[in-house]
Design a protein around this ligand. Structure first.
Ligand code: 2IT
Length: 445
């Protein structure tokens, strides 16, 4: 494979898709060497085939808001690759959603899902609908209108959507309700469902919990423990909540959370009450963290800044793509950061990753660290097809096991000559190999 030639072709074809190009470049450059040891990959044009989505749907979503005004949004589903299992990946509702962002997310999802050890292909979807300030009725009507279009393209053995930014348990409920009505069947076609209609225990916590289980293993590899570590978390949604909850439970001190308005610095560290309050803040639909500092006067709100300027041992980006840049990385390193566990998808910019690797700081990429979310979705699919519900302990034990196996795969494929563990390389190669082999074995289709 000639990465530069392939990238040039993609850049010409998709000049307006920077996130997609960024994700593809990262994967191809890190797998190049391993890829070239397999002549059958090149003979089957695996690289060219894997960067192209199987298909993409774009559809109009029309709905009526509370004032009686007609609203129009765009809905999308990118079915990227189903070589190892049904398409699987979340739906994102955010005004920034566009084909580039969904293609980057769908592409990442292929390798993440392969890492989970479960049979799931890669997909992503969503809409430019902005949940901010919308009433519950508006959210419901939007979700219903969205599913009226999407339902024909999905199914329990075809494509299984879930949540992502802006899509949580409430939205999944509305989406599932409409799917069930249209399809006239009760199948596990979405994951992240409520417990009364086929959901899995631990799914709401799974992304954050899994990330902390992975972090604990990264720390252990360096001879460190999580108890007593100072952690900077960004975001204040479902993922940040789960990570803060588990890290705090294990004795770490989470000192920041953040929103689009700025970040909260809480020197005393988060506790159960403050973590529970994060959910209230999110549910208020205002997308701001500032009220935290009014509610808990020991905490400080820093408007317009990111939490990466705070001196911490561990950084856990939990908000969105490219939220940690080169300058942020420099600042973290200058303040003595020891480990970066990226929980958001592609949360770090390439310059930041380069800086961490250059400084020999272990950097866990999102597709490994956050894979517990989709892994537990996979466990929800298994429970649905067995028509059984597992206990929280059973699900948590499986989540633990999956995160361990991802960590082992990263070490196996990512340990460099000097002993530094390049988790990005390890995760990309391990995920890629599985999908590429399966594509070769199944022929040119
Ligand atoms: O980025 C992700 O892995 C998710 N948003 C979860 C996807 C899923 O299908 O549970």
């Amino acid at each position: 494979m000639n990465v530069e030639k392939l990238m040039l072709k993609l850049e010409r074809k998709h000049p307006n898709e920077p996130e997609y190009l960024q994700a593809v470049r990262e994967v191809l450059t890190t797998v190049e060497e391993a890829y070239n040891q397999h002549p059958e990959f090149e003979a089957n044009k695996i690289a060219e085939r894997i960067v192209e989505p199987d298909r993409q749907f774009t559809f109009k979503v029309t709905w009526v808001d509370d004032r009686g005004q007609v609203q129009v949004n765009t809905g999308y589903r990118v079915q990227f690759n189903n070589a190892i299992g049904p398409y699987k990946g979340g739906l994102r509702f955010h005004p920034s959603v566009n084909p580039s962002i969904l293609k980057f997310l769908g592409f990442e999802q292929i390798f993440k899902n392969a890492l989970t050890t479960l049979p799931m292909g890669g997909a992503k979807g969503g809409s430019d609908f902005d949940p901010k300030g919308k009433s519950a009725g508006e959210v419901m009507r939007f979700c219903q209108a969205f599913m009226i279009e999407l339902w024909r393209h999905i199914g329990p053995e075809t494509d299984v959507p879930a949540g992502d930014i802006g899509v949580g348990g409430r939205e999944i409920g509305y989406l599932y309700g409409m799917y069930r009505k249209l399809a006239r069947e009760n199948t596990g076609v979405l994951t992240g469902k409520g417990m009364t209609y086929g959901g899995s225990l631990i799914r709401p916590e799974a992304t954050g919990f899994g990330a902390v289980y992975f972090l604990v293993q990264m720390l252990a590899e360096q001879g460190m423990e999580i108890a007593g570590q100072r952690i900077a978390i960004s975001g204040f949604g479902n993922v940040a909540w789960g990570a803060a909850k588990k890290a705090t439970e294990l004795g770490a001190k989470v000192v920041t959370i953040s929103g689009p308005d700025g970040y909260i610095y809480d020197e005393a560290g988060l506790n159960e009450e403050k973590i529970a309050y994060m959910l209230e803040l999110r549910a208020s639909n205002n997308d701001v963290v500032a009220p935290y500092a009014e509610k808990f006067p020991g905490a400080k709100f820093v408007a317009g800044h990111k939490p990466w300027e705070v001196a911490v041992d561990i950084a856990m980006p939990c908000a969105t793509q490219n939220e940690l840049g080169g300058e942020d990385a420099k600042q973290l390193l200058a303040n003595g950061v020891k480990i970066v566990a990226e929980v958001s998808n592609m949360g770090c910019r390439p310059e930041a990753i380069e800086a961490f690797i250059e400084a020999k700081i272990p950097y866990g990429p999102g597709k490994a660290v956050n894979a517990g979310g989709v892994a537990t979705s996979g466990l929800e699919m298994t429970q649905n097809s067995q028509k059984l519900n597992w206990t929280a302990e059973e699900v948590d034990a499986k989540l633990h096991q999956i995160m361990s196996s991802i960590h082992t795969a990263c070490i196996e494929y990512g340990t460099e000559a000097g002993g530094y563990i390049n988790y990005m390389k390890g995760a990309n190669i391990a995920g890629f190999m599985k999908v590429a082999k399966s594509m070769v074995e199944q022929g040119v289709i």
